[in-house]
Ligand binder design. Structure first.
Ligand SMILES: [Fe+2]
Length: 417
């Protein structure tokens, strides 16, 4: 679906605002909390207990760990500081389920999360129920003086859990892709279709534009401060690059032509033996791809998924184009120029993940959320087919390391004029 200005405004709406009565806010936050917590369990419900403990690589986490970690986040940052009578469910869980918050104490080694068979899944379910009840109690009883501050932490926790909902799906796909029987996560899964409408390139409005989040509505701190950027004379592709276009790149020797690649990218092609996007494999002489619906023939009309930054950059060079900068993408999206801006593939940009001018991380452990990762990663814009409903924003900055391709990552091109 193409993004109109209206839909973008709706995508950044808040769950509740301070203009509402505190009682109305309590109801809105309780409903939002139940909805987000329920969505995590819905996604996990496709999986067996055995599925939920596997960790197929250091970057991916077990489903059971995701379910527990997002729960620990509410316990650690919302309940412990704000609910005086709260009883910690199990003192050992902070070590097991803290991800990277140094200020919140020591933690288990990330690559060994798959070795944690205890607590078992039922105990994690009980942990979730214990924290759910306490959070709902806090929402109901927090005094008016503290309500806005407490609801703000709750809101971060909900967006955090939504991020893990996407990771839960991408991580289990990586695990299933290691299984020779090609397990199916969701039998009803369909490959995304490219939006209709004429393909080609459109002018991005040039000149100085304001970039970044503007209230009201939620944003992560990395989307601020809003600031001016100079947009050059550039055109951007209305559509995402498709599998048919990627097949042409493969057939033209894209993966065997070093001049198309950045040095680090070419080194990765060599060491990893890449000859196609992630999860692509040959079967009976035709390209297939491991999906959430199992192994499927590659659909030429679908947008390409599971390409790294290195591959996206090489493809752009092959096509005689560039990747858009994140500012160019944002200006084009705000103007409603992009098809499939959201809901299919995160789109690599040529922008390094850097702080916006004047950015300062928050004080304390929650300041570790984004700022400390602003090194050696590239920005992706939009959202993917695994992004939960309501989590997209036109100012959203996703980020991954250049070789990463287990997420639902694709690209659109840009050309200078
Ligand atoms: Fe997390």
């Amino acid at each position: 679906m193409s993004a109109s200005a209206t839909s973008i405004a709706q995508r950044s709406a808040s769950v509740a605002t301070a203009a509402q009565s505190v009682e109305a806010q309590r109801t809105a936050w309780r409903d939002a909390f139940r909805k987000v917590r329920g969505e995590t369990e819905r996604r996990a419900s496709h999986l067996s207990a055995e599925d939920q403990i596997v960790q197929s690589m250091a970057d991916a986490s077990p489903t059971k760990w995701h379910r527990a970690h997002v729960t620990w986040f509410f316990e650690q940052f919302l309940l412990v500081p704000n609910e005086p009578g709260y009883t910690i469910f199990d003192e050992r869980f902070s070590f097991l389920f803290n991800s990277y918050y140094v200020a919140a104490g020591p933690r288990h080694a990330r690559p060994q999360r798959g070795l944690i068979t205890r607590p078992n899944g039922e105990e994690v379910t009980a942990y979730r129920a214990h924290v759910d009840a306490a959070v709902e109690r806090l929402i109901e009883t927090v005094n008016e003086k503290d309500a806005q501050r407490v609801f703000a932490i709750l809101e971060i926790g909900l967006h955090h859990e939504q991020q893990h909902q996407e990771l839960l799906v991408t991580d289990i796909l990586h695990a299933f892709a290691q299984n020779p029987t090609n397990p199916v996560y969701d039998a009803n899964w369909q490959a995304p279709r490219a939006a209709a409408g004429p393909r080609g390139f459109i002018d991005v409005p040039s000149g100085v534009h304001a970039i970044g989040h503007e209230g009201p509505g939620y944003s992560f701190d990395n989307e601020t401060p809003r600031h001016d950027e100079l947009i050059p004379r550039v055109r951007i592709a209305r559509h995402l690059v498709t599998n048919a276009e990627w097949l042409a790149f493969i057939e033209a020797g894209g993966y065997t032509t070093p001049s198309l690649w950045l040095s680090d990218g070419w080194a990765t092609v060599q060491t990893e033996g890449w000859e196609a996007p992630g999860y692509w494999r040959q079967k009976n002489g035709a390209w297939h791809v491991m999906t959430l619906g199992g192994l499927k023939a590659v659909d030429p009309q679908s947008p390409v998924l599971h390409v790294s930054y290195y591959e996206a950059e090489a493809y752009a060079r092959f096509a005689g184009k560039h990747l858009p900068s994140e500012a160019e993408w944002e200006v084009a999206a705000r103007a409603g120029l992009l098809a499939d801006a959201f809901g299919t593939a995160w789109q690599w940009t040529r922008s390094a993940y850097l702080p916006y001018p004047g950015y300062r991380p928050a004080e304390g452990a929650l300041g570790e959320y984004n700022g400390k990762f602003m090194i050696s990663q590239m920005v992706l814009r939009g959202s993917s087919l695994a992004t939960p409903e309501g989590h997209e924003r036109v100012s959203y900055r996703n980020f991954f390391y250049p070789p990463a391709r287990w997420q639902f990552t694709g690209l659109r091109l840009a050309e200078f004029v």
